[in-house]
Design a protein around this ligand. Structure first.
Ligand SMILES: Cc1ncc(COP(=O)(O)O)c(C=O)c1O
Length: 396
């Protein structure tokens, strides 16, 4: 029997992560491709999960999330932004940011509605838009040419809004570029959302990972934006437990209500003991100095990977946030990032992700390789050794 795939999934194919991971295993490469930590999550968070399981918190949670975790998220939002929010109606817990983003689009986008987003874009955005039946309206982020950061053309963004989209999907700090949208850029985006009555869904999973004095600003905190913004986050990134898949969404009751209409039938609820452990993590993190420690450790990992790439003749572009470094391959005379990443695994034993996969039309993307530094210093040192040997062989 031939299985006929529904049109909404028929074009999805196999993700680049599957291909690169399989190649990395085959060649025993140091895997700087997929974005997850290869080091342990914090002991106090793991202990809280183990205790929750032992204490029999093992049955379904309430669909919007355990009260304790929603209260912790609401208190954190108040600490970070100064705004008091209602944990009952303005916070929803999801199975990772991935589920939250999909729920949001399923809940807010009708077939034919436009969704504006910047590309390169996290790889779930386009499939999510497709699942919702929406029309993708990508706006290009351009690689820096003058030592500055990735940038966009304001006229291009205005033209995208003039197509009267329903939703703007914004990711800051941004994967894969490491861009942190500036207050001026956010003001422009906020103005357009209000002018064209667009709902914003912001993906802020790397909000704690910013460097060189950069400051993360939530779009929802700009004047006029709270009432039209859903802010998505992920405990997996912040607490180095990506496999737990605990995400959360903050926004006005009306938008949370909309999101919950999808959430109740997509997963209904997410893992009870892990929600409890993340409540402990969020509550205790400030007093434990956890965020400062996280930032210091990631600053060291980023510096180690920058130095390893530079030593191999691969100059990384500026990265103000996230845990990714990208390398523009054009100065090396390379125009195919997929071929480059395959040969890097094969010839050098290091895996990276070709950033052209993060575009609607990869053929028109600049050739860029993305390297993840959510890796132990030992892993990065191993990558450095291999990259050094590869450079010598290239020159030899
Ligand atoms: C920008 C971005 N959004 C969302 C996610 C998914 O987060 P989660 O693991 O919580 O589903 C990722 C994971 O890599 C990401 O990079």
């Amino acid at each position: 029997m031939t299985t006929r795939l529904a049109r909404r999934v028929a074009g999805f194919g196999t993700s680049i992560f599957t291909e690169i991971t399989a190649l990395a295993i085959e060649h025993q490469a140091v895997n700087l491709g997929q974005g997850f930590p290869d080091f342990a999550g914090p002991d106090f968070v793991k202990a809280a999960a183990i205790a929750a399981i032992g204490d029999e918190h093992n049955q379904y949670a309430a669909a919007p999330g355990l009260p304790r975790l929603r209260q912790a998220v609401a208190a954190q939002w108040c600490r970070d932004t100064g705004r008091e929010i209602d944990w009952v109606s303005e916070v929803t817990i999801t199975s990772g940011a991935t589920e939250a983003l999909c729920d949001a689009l399923l809940a807010l986008v009708d077939p034919g509605d436009g969704v504006v987003f910047f590309e390169p874009a996290y790889d779930a955005y386009l499939p999510d838009i497709t699942l919702a039946g929406g029309n993708a309206i990508p706006v290009r982020l351009h690689p820096p040419t003058d030592g500055g950061g990735w940038w966009f053309d304001a006229d291009e963004l205005r033209a995208a809004f003039a197509r009267r989209p329903r939703v703007l999907l914004l990711n800051t700090p941004h994967n894969p570029t490491g861009k942190v949208f500036s207050p001026d850029e956010l003001s422009l985006i906020a103005g357009l959302c209000q002018e064209y009555d667009v709902t914003a869904v912001t993906d802020e999973v790397y909000d704690r990972l910013v460097f060189d004095g950069a400051r993360h600003t939530s779009l929802a905190t700009l004047p006029g934006m709270w009432s039209r913004t859903l802010t998505v986050n992920s405990a997996g990134k912040t607490f180095s437990v990506t496999g737990w898949k605990i995400g959360y969404v903050v926004g006005p009751a009306s938008l949370n209500h909309a999101l919950r209409q999808a959430h109740q039938w997509v997963t209904f609820a997410t893992a009870t003991p892990l929600q409890l452990a993340i409540a402990t993590a969020i509550d205790e993190a400030p007093a434990r100095g956890y965020f400062e420690q996280l930032s210091a450790e990631y600053t060291a990992r980023r510096a180690a990977l920058i130095s390893a790439l530079q030593a191999a003749g691969l100059a990384p572009l500026p990265c103000e946030g996230s845990y990714f470094l990208s390398v523009d391959l054009r100065p090396l005379g390379i125009d195919d990032d997929r071929a480059f990443c395959r040969s890097l695994i094969h010839d050098c034993g290091v895996a990276a992700i070709p950033a052209s996969v993060f575009y609607v039309d990869g053929a028109t993307a600049p050739p860029v390789a993305r390297f993840c530094f959510a890796k132990s210093l030992a892993t990065i040192a191993q990558a450095r050794e291999r990259l050094g040997g590869w450079r010598v062989r290239l020159q030899g």
